[in-house]
Design a protein around this ligand. Structure first.
Ligand SMILES: *Cc1c(COP(=O)(O)O)cnc(C)c1O
Length: 399
């Protein structure tokens, strides 16, 4: 059997007529940069996540970069973010000339550990970027409290969490800015690169709109240096077709996750370590299991952009490769796609090594990079494929 990590074919085939019509509409309009399609998508996204302003941009990365530029963050400034994240979070901080300062993560929900972030605040710290990893919101009450204490801006990297919630509010709508990605593999996936920046602040939104197109107002007159972060209407038109289906995609992902929790937690040496908060991880109790299932903390609506296992090394494990790598290879042999998000934390990346960050220890992030494995959870994943995956994991654990 072939079970890919993600199969976009079925989702797009189901919308074929509407997608074709959207494409034809853009072709006929001959407007290929910005315009009403982008405005309509902005309005739709602002409604979904309940914010005042949504600003369509060229990618999730550019949304983060633009937020930092609007806030005027640059050389001499520090920005705290989790080390266990996709590169873009940290890369954008470095791109504006600021210093990324890395915090450790929660071992059960994979998000920033706010107590560690708090320990890393200095007089140069200007902002914090919590990442809502894998579709579950970070501990935002604590992030907002920390930011309030030191007057920091909060940029929520919600690239993987469009329409996820924290205590009834949408991920990305809580901080100074929220950023989303419509990279094809994200839960609202486009047909190329696209992203969205959101905020409830009128002045910041206006500045973001200016900097999105070279800071010009009016055209050809520049008060500020911006760049080209524009979204193209073809992406906007196609994404507009998918927005009304987002809830149904999220429900199907959640149903798949629940099914995994049920079936996998019934296997011997698989643990579902439910804890209400990130704080409960101290000290990380890693004994007595081989595979730990992902945890949903209290007050979170998880949209399951990824379903991520932790595969632990036990005393009995004698093979040279890690048990995580062995499981991944075993699944590959069975035709099952699985991916490591992320194989190396940011503080250990070569490009950030000069800052001295490589020497600091972030024990949970480092363990996660050795242990995580994401398995298929996409909305259209057939039940019999899930059964096949569960069976393969059971075989691996028995053998
Ligand atoms: C995908 C992703 C991004 C970047 O989004 P792009 O649209 O690919 O530029 C940023 N942060 C996180 C956590 C992501 O997963």
């Amino acid at each position: 059997m072939k079970v890919p990590l993600l199969d976009l074919g079925e989702q797009n085939a189901a919308l074929r007529t509407e997608l074709d019509a959207a494409y034809a509409r853009v072709m006929r309009s001959s407007q290929f940069i910005m315009g009403p399609e982008v405005t309509e998508l902005e309005t739709a996204c602002a409604q979904v996540v309940e914010v005042k302003h949504a600003i369509g941009v060229s990618s999730g990365t550019d949304a983060i970069l633009l937020a930092l530029m609007v806030l005027g963050i640059g050389p001499g400034d520090e920005v705290i973010c989790p080390s266990f994240t996709f590169f873009a979070t940290a890369g954008c901080i470095a791109r504006v000339g600021a210093k990324p300062v890395f915090a450790d993560s929660c071992g059960t929900c994979f998000n920033i550990e706010v107590a560690d972030a708090a320990a890393k605040v200095t007089p140069r710290t200007k902002a914090i970027i919590p990442v809502h990893l894998f579709g579950q919101a970070a501990e935002m009450d604590e992030v907002v409290a920390l930011a309030g204490r030191y007057n920091l801006a909060v940029i929520e990297d919600a690239a993987q969490a469009f329409s996820a919630q924290y205590k009834g509010r949408y991920a990305g709508s809580i901080g100074t800015f929220g950023t989303y990605s419509f990279f094809p593999s994200k839960n609202l996936g486009g047909f190329g690169d696209a992203g969205m920046l959101v905020t409830n602040d009128d002045a910041l939104a206006e500045k973001a709109r200016l900097l999105r197109a070279h800071g010009a107002k009016p055209k050809y007159f520049h008060k500020m240096v911006g760049a080209n972060f524009r979204m193209d209407p073809l992406q906007a038109a196609l994404l507009r077709v998918k927005v009304p289906h987002l809830d149904s995609y999220s429900r199907k992902r959640a149903a798949n996750a629940v099914y995994y929790q049920e079936k996998l937690s019934a296997l011997p040496s698989v643990a579902l370590r439910d804890g209400p908060h990130c704080r409960n991880r101290h000290p990380e109790n890693l004994s007595g299991f081989k595979v730990m299932l992902p945890t949903v903390h209290e007050g979170r609506l998880h949209i399951w952009n990824q379903y991520t296992l932790r595969v632990q090394k036990t005393e009995a494990w004698k093979r040279p490769e890690s048990p995580r790598d062995a499981l991944r290879n075993y699944l590959a042999m069975k035709g099952i796609g699985a991916e490591i998000y992320y194989a190396r934390p940011m503080h250990m990346q070569e490009c950030f090594a000069l800052s001295g960050e490589s020497k600091s220890k972030l024990p949970v992030c480092e363990r996660l990079s050795d242990q995580v494995l994401s398995i298929p959870v996409y909305p259209e994943l057939p039940r019999e494929h899930q059964d096949y995956i569960v069976e393969a994991i059971a075989e691996f654990l028995n053998g």
